[in-house]
Design a protein around this ligand. Sequence first.
Ligand code: ADP
Ligand code: MG
Length: 670
Amino acid sequence: MGQINVLDISVANLIAAGEVVERPAAAIKELVENSIDAGARNITVEIQKGGIALFRVTDDGCGMSGEDAILSVKRHATSKIKTAKDLNQILTLGFRGEALAAISAVTKFRMLTKKKDDPSGTSLSMEYGSAPKVAEVGCPNGTTIICEGLFATTPARLKFLKSDMSELREVQSSIEKEAVSHPDISFKFIADGSMRFSSNGNGKLSDAIYSVYGREFANSLTPVSSSSGGITVNGFVSAPTFARGNRSMQIFFVNGRPVRSKIMSAALDQAGETYIPVGRYPACVLNITIHSAYVDVNIHPSKLEVKFSDEKSIFSAVYYSVRSAYETRLQRPTLVDNKPSISTQLNNAKITEAFAPVKERGEKISEQLSIDTVIKPVEIKIEIPKEIEKPLSINVTTPKQASNETSEKEVVIDYKPSTSKASNQSKSHDMPTYQGLSVDADDMVYENKNILEEKLEVKTNTINTDAQIPNKIANEIPNYKIAGEVFDSYIIVEYEDKMLLIDKHAAHERINFEKLRVGMTNLTPNTQLLLSGLKLDLMDSEIDMVNQYKNELTDVGFTFEINDKCVTITGMPIDYNFTSGRELFEKMISELLENGTPIEIQKRTVFEKALYQTSCKMSIKAGRHYDDETIKWICDNIFRYDCIKYCPHGRPVAYEIKKRDLDTRFGRIK
Ligand code: ADP
Ligand code: MG
């Protein structure tokens, strides 16, 4: 080892820049977050060549005095914290005091800044970490930072940047997140002279999502909202039909800070079980609000990672709020897409003409408008679908309401699974059972006559419709007419000014599933005792799990004894046979071993998976013979329960078509 040197400050800044300013998107994110922290109402980001040639961030925030401007580009200079204690309660997006030092070390850097009450402003320029040149200037209130030639003096780092187009995508994605996480700030993003998006800053998350991600995405969303135990979850998740092949549209914030969060993703995944198709990922925009003392943002210089002091509570909050949204607020998909009619297209053309190229601070903006500019014009009043605008309150249950206004229903969300177990009400309102269901050693056999028996039972119970699926809001069944059936698969139903096209098999699957699931929430476990015990040899870690979750396993219907390294199952949940019950037990243990999520949810997810597989098998076996009464029973259930909108695999149960849409298609109305 040679002699130790204390590094020159410029070298130290370059090293820091490696972490903070990895690429244009990271640098721009830092500048935008500074603008947000400065209380800006309007933020404009402009870039050229993916930000590599130039990026400029302009805000109308608090601005800086001349002295502060000089300090701001020094390393570890911040106005946001003072002492180590402040690190425990960070309320701003920045706090490390290194972004401006790092950015000014690797760009040609110019800053114009002025505080509102100061008579003049300050201009500060630096080139790749040189001493700053400062002058007094006249400039608007707020701060503008312009950076050119990123990494021009460090070719090794320049080499690692991707194409201009990829860098642009990264920058856009990062600003999009900032814009939707701050709906009260108006954002504009201009790339190579074209306005890519702008948000109006009216404070509505739904409007911000619409402006940033467009109409199709906004229309696919279902509101999520809950608050319990000091954790508030707010935002939207996409309908199952809009699930994607990757997680790129899962957007999470914690106290308004865009973050990557494994725990939130995992909760979203689990909440999507039996709604989202396997291998697909729901899109979401979810903000968690939690006291800053319970979240540590000081994990990584990029501040994208956070650490929660109580991960289980975060998991539960996200899981139950999203789950509840899926169970009660999902809208039925519409079959007629919202392609603009000819008249709307003409109007759009007019809008395009009227929408003059944007000129900012006298700079020429390309005359060539991008497609986005035409689709999402800035000044045009955006119509947000009603369901997205609805207030997202919770805590009031309205059990019997008009059937088709799901989004207006307010929902009780209970974070504590133990209390969400069926109330006495659900016990006394037991639904018709699958008594005739005979279970084979390896398979389920569903005899058709049982459908009829069950149907008859349903018919005699129709007055007490709430009782069919306990814990679910039961709607009154509207007057409807079964118009017919096509391809031995799809039922056509007419009601009010709409028609439904129902996939009868998918509908049957969901109904079976919901009925089976009731067993999970009953207070008394549904156990069937075995004639002879089933002995399982388990590993030590597995035995530990069984011991740890003894009560929960008993709750779901298992009874068992534990001796040394072996568990003897003496009773199983009703409807499970020797083979499937054993599989269920073993699967639960291994899943529990795999991840440390809260048991109630884990149990529920594992259970639900097993249940929906079973219900699908049964529906398939029930098969092809759907007589008129069964068809009517399916339709009744679809109207009665909001939860029967997607089959357990995430496929839609029914599409809705409005008469008005058909009339438009046929040219009867414009
Ligand atoms: P940090 O944001 O972590 O404090 P930065 O290096 O990003 O560190 O910024 C240093 C300081 O410069 C900030 O604490 C703030 O006081 C000031 N500053 C930076 N950008 C702005 C801005 N756009 N408006 C007003 N003040 C700013
Ligand atoms: Mg900062």
